[in-house]
Design a binder for this molecule. Sequence first.
Ligand SMILES: NC(=O)c1ccc[n+]([C@@H]2O[C@H](COP(=O)([O-])OP(=O)(O)OC[C@H]3O[C@@H](n4cnc5c(N)ncnc54)[C@H](O)[C@@H]3O)[C@@H](O)[C@H]2O)c1
Ligand SMILES: O=P(O)(O)OC[C@H]1O[C@H](O[C@H]2[C@H](O)[C@@H](O)[C@@H](O)O[C@@H]2CO)[C@H](O)[C@@H](O)[C@@H]1O
Ligand SMILES: [Mn+2]
Length: 441
Amino acid sequence: MKKFNITIAGGGSTFTPGIILMLLDHLEDFPIGTIKLYDNDKERQQTIADACEILLNERAPGVKLQASTDPKTAFENVDFVMAHIRVGKYAMREQDEKIPLKHGVVGQETCGPGGLSYGMRSITGVLEIVDYMEKYSPQAWMLNYSNPAAIVAEATRKLRPNSRILNICDMPIGIEELMATNIGLKSRKEMVVKYYGLNHFGWWTDIRDKSGKDLMPSIIQHVEKFGYSTDTGSDMEQEASWNDTFKKARDVQALDKHTLPNTYLKYYFFPDYVVEHSNKDYTRANEVMAGREKFVFGECQNIIDKGTAEGTELTIDEHASYIVDLARAIAFNTKERMLMIVENKGAISNFEPTAMVEIPCLVGSEGQEPLSVGEIPRFQKSLMEQQVGVEKLTVEAYEEQSYQKLWQALTLSRTVPSASVAKNILDDLIEANKDYWPELK
Ligand SMILES: NC(=O)c1ccc[n+]([C@@H]2O[C@H](COP(=O)([O-])OP(=O)(O)OC[C@H]3O[C@@H](n4cnc5c(N)ncnc54)[C@H](O)[C@@H]3O)[C@@H](O)[C@H]2O)c1
Ligand SMILES: O=P(O)(O)OC[C@H]1O[C@H](O[C@H]2[C@H](O)[C@@H](O)[C@@H](O)O[C@@H]2CO)[C@H](O)[C@@H](O)[C@@H]1O
Ligand SMILES: [Mn+2]
């Protein structure tokens, strides 16, 4: 079988070791020749690379690892680019969360003003990676899960319309795993789902087992009592902030009793509750820096110091196996059904054709084939129209370097109470992002 070469863009990410371990776990069904790490922060990436090299030598000596900050070295002769960059790193995530909170508005990395701020930074970084891939490996596919995926996807649709880029998010996958556990299934893969929306803004409308049995009533019954919470204590659930989010899904679901919501809708339906329950001096960025970042870099340093990965607490990111499923679908034309972020083009028949929507697709060697969704109800359609407006205006603001359009985008967000609050937040965000955003006129 052909061995595939992969570039992980954002090699210094906290998710890189878990993804490498997950790739190693799938070598039989997805053989790998070389894994290349690419990052624009040499030092950060080096710690991850040195530890992963020791780990690979011990567990899969046939797989080569190369780490570089040089685009030619990193992007030539590869089949897939798996992109998970965070432009501005956690320092800027902290600003994205704390600046809106200072103005009494939701402070979140992908929703509301924080998401717009992160989007204005990510577009440049993601486009740069698409361009490197096309220059050095024009036949390759980019699997993008860099956030904010909604804005990144709209930017690549508009600014790189012919690129081989697939945008995907793991939140529906994470929620489906919880749903499956909650109704006694072994895996989300026992479920066939219908879902529509935008990224971090969608609803399940139908969930069945492989025999066609309707699973919605039992999942809804659980969500009406407990949200998506389980009592299994999964890694994510051990974190109080994620726990709150899973529980809050109960109130989010009450808005439409026939569907099941993405947890991120809480930021749009209950912004007052979210702000009340936020600590403006210690946000999710602080939790992640003190938790996941410290743990991953600490474990990598331990491996380097000991010269062995034996006994390491770094574990496979099982959950990230969707990335292998996606790469395999393209490599072997499996036509796997997956939720992808794609241009609508009539799939949702009563919705803007150029909107980037998250819907089921069949994925094969030609890329993604969206499945038809049909008409959606007024409540969801109206919410989505407003949010698509926010996302499109942000990309237009980036392209045209327009202060006015970014102010409009912020004002249109359901999370922002008025144009004057939007303006105050925008002025603070411009100051904080002066090293990253295009200059706004
Ligand atoms: N779509 C999803 O469902 C999903 C799930 C989890 C994480 N993510 C995303 O994955 C990304 C990584 O998350 P993390 O928490 O591990 O962040 P992280 O900060 O640990 O890692 C990101 C890396 O990207 C690098 N980087 C920044 N700008 C770059 C550029 N222009 N070129 C190359 N490298 C660059 C940074 O130096 C850093 O090493 C984020 O965008 C996050 O939102 C997405
Ligand atoms: O606050 P963070 O950095 O921990 O997470 C933000 C991300 O949340 C989602 O990804 C989750 C995923 O759903 C979960 O199952 C597990 O793998 O952890 C991921 C990250 O912790 C979301 O889909 C991403 O877009 C966010 O970046
Ligand atoms: Mn996501």
